[in-house]
Design a protein around this ligand. Sequence first.
Ligand code: MF3
Ligand code: CO
Length: 255
Amino acid sequence: MLTYKSSEDFKKMIKAGKVVSNIHYEIFNKTKPGMMLKDLDNIAKNIIEISNVNSSFFGYTPPGHGPYPAYICASPNDAIVHGIPNDTRIQEGDIISIDVGVSYEGYHADAAFTYGVGEISDEDRFLIDTTKHALSEAVKLVKDGQKLGTIGHKIDKIATKKNLGNVKNYVGHGIGQEMHEEPQVPHYGKKNTGFELKTGMAICIEPMFNLGSEDTMVDEDGWTVKTIDGKKSAHWEHTIGLTEEGTSVFTENLF
Ligand code: MF3
Ligand code: CO
């Protein structure tokens, strides 16, 4: 469903977004080699419990799936998205994509960032920075009257120019009282085509770039999406509102 938000609704999304930003900040600062991915999930769980919000992910049940068993998605290295935080140990040189969503008084915010653990290779740094850059360029285009094809085109152009694989099998989404609402937000497209954004809408833009092929596969756990060639992947996502005062990112990156 496509929904419009009032300024009262946006206030709730802003509150949810602040908690999402805090969780990312804490996870980023506490991540150390030797920890398990599920330790990062516990950090999120603890903050959610004291922040008067609900997890958007825990128990989330898309068609054809069992309920999602964790508070974050943790997708290291060749994992692109939807990684279940398991007992895998984090190592120096890993890159990890963390995705978190919460709701406050029924309104959701959702964001994903990728960061390196300790020293990482120049190539991996380039992958992370380029994906982050593509998201920020996309955010600059969000405004009343803008078409999603223009935004998707911008993201895809950056990936192509930098010779990175741009994942097309997973898309961004509208967000509000549901974590996933209309419209779908593809990270590719044709300028001046597609869905037209309007004041009162909120969307998640979430480019995923790979060092190799854009092709994806789903792991045996039924959730974790990986690159087909084992090369690394980065994911950056923000929740963005088209408010009466203009475009606003609700999930600022604090690190
Ligand atoms: N944050 C993801 C997205 O952007 C959704 C996570 S799905 C869950 O669409 F199952 F892990 F909750
Ligand atoms: Co999302």
